[in-house]
Design a protein around this ligand. Structure first.
Ligand code: FES
Length: 115
């Protein structure tokens, strides 16, 4: 069974292979959404973009980005500078061990912003 490590929360959970990252995080009591978005979100339909997380280890152990996720990320400022690690939790299936950072900050002045 894959292990999801939530870095900020210092929490590890084991999930079935192919599990949905959003559902597993919420079931484990992980605060996936910032502020008001705890209630004001699209509930996993991939349209609001508020469930974004960074997969800091094990990106290869997740499902590939689909068209819906790629389109949503293309219009998100938060995606800039985090292209290789950012995912929408609701659109991510877990296939192996991963480490996740929830509620990542914007990276508008990060070193990879203009690359
Ligand atoms: S919950 Fe809205 S995009 Fe994931």
């Amino acid at each position: 069974m894959p292990t999801i490590t939530f870095a900020n929360e210092k929490k590890e959970i084991q999930v079935p292979e192919g599990a949905n990252l959003r559902k597993e995080a919420l079931a484990a009591g992980v605060a996936l959404y910032p502020g008001i978005h705890t209630v004001a979100n699209c509930h996993g339909f991939g349209s609001c973009g508020t469930c974004r997380v960074l997969i800091t280890k094990g990106m290869e152990n997740t499902s590939p980005r689909g068209i819906l996720e790629a389109a949503r990320m293309a219009v998100s400022l938060a995606y800039i500078g985090n292209e290789s690690t950012m995912r929408l939790a609701c659109q991510t299936k877990v296939k192996g061990d991963i480490t996740v950072t929830t509620c990542p900050p914007l990276n508008l002045f990060g070193e990879s912003f203009f690359s």
